[in-house]
Design a protein around this ligand. Structure first.
Ligand code: F6R
Length: 248
């Protein structure tokens, strides 16, 4: 996977935000929509802050943007502190001019019986929107992209998954204790992600160094879902120096 390492995370954020803004503007000029696949967590917050800045200071409009988020905990109410709906509103949507009807975040409020049909409809909504133009990704310590934990196959689609113990440990502080972390989530599949025309995975900090090296240079395997990005023709990894420490 083409990998760029920049010393300062701020430079990574600026480069990624610039690429996204560029595509939004090109599509705007053509009178077309731009479909973004979005991630939550600590990794993309700097990109969102930069996009908000571009909206406020440089007139970047999101009127033609359609967005699909990767995942949401299950069950989860959208107003809860740890909800990815809430996260996206706080970090991006409430600060820009995106049309709320163009925003899609998996629904954590469904009954479990409703989930399979909902996941199929989520896939269909992505297809009907024309597919994802740019998919933004972080990586978990288990190698997950979205919440595609170890065992997730290359062809996996949007579905309900069990969160890995490691992932729940990493989320424990957000939930004030691991016992409060949901055991499940709805996530786009690896196959859903790989359908995106462009993929940018970001990782910051020494805590991501080992798994980033495995994903970029290791075997392509369901044990490390992010390794499937090696099979994508237009994926890019952006790391700060700390996260690049284990690359050979
Ligand atoms: C979030 C997501 C996850 C995170 C990953 C890294 O929507 O899909 O794959 O990107 O868990 O999380 P952070 O960025 O908090 O280290």
């Amino acid at each position: 996977i083409p990998t760029q390492v920049l010393t300062d995370p701020a430079d990574v954020n600026a480069a990624v935000a610039r690429e996204i803004a560029e595509l939004i503007r090109v599509r705007q000029a053509e009178g077309k929509t731009c479909v973004l696949g979005l991630a939550t967590g600590s990794t993309p917050t700097g990109v969102y802050a930069e996009l908000v800045r571009m909206h406020k200071e440089e007139g970047l409009s999101f009127k033609n943007v359609v967005s699909f988020n990767l995942d949401e905990y299950f069950p989860m109410q959208p107003n809860e502190l740890q909800s990815y709906h809430r996260f996206m509103n706080e970090h991006l949507f409430s600060h820009i001019d995106i049309d709320p009807k163009n925003v899609h975040v998996p629904d954590g409020t469904l009954s479990i019986e409703e989930v399979p049909h909902y996941c199929q409809a989520y896939e269909k909504a992505i297809r009907d929107a024309g597919g994802i133009d740019i998919q933004l990704l972080g990586i978990g310590r288990t190698g997950h992209i979205g919440f595609n934990e170890p065992g997730s196959g290359k062809g996996s689609r949007t579905r309900l998954i069990w969160l890995d113990r490691k992932t729940r440990i990493d989320a424990a502080s957000d939930f004030f204790g691991m016992e409060n972390v949901p055991t499940k989530a709805i996530t786009m599949g690896v196959g859903t992600i790989l359908d995106a025309r462009r993929i940018i995975m970001m990782a910051f900090g020494e805590g991501k160094a080992r798994i980033s090296a495995e994903a970029i240079e290791g075997e392509v395997t369901p044990v490390v879902a992010a390794s499937f990005l090696q099979d994508h023709p237009n994926a890019q990894v952006m790391l700060d120096s700390a996260a690049a420490a284990h690359l050979t």
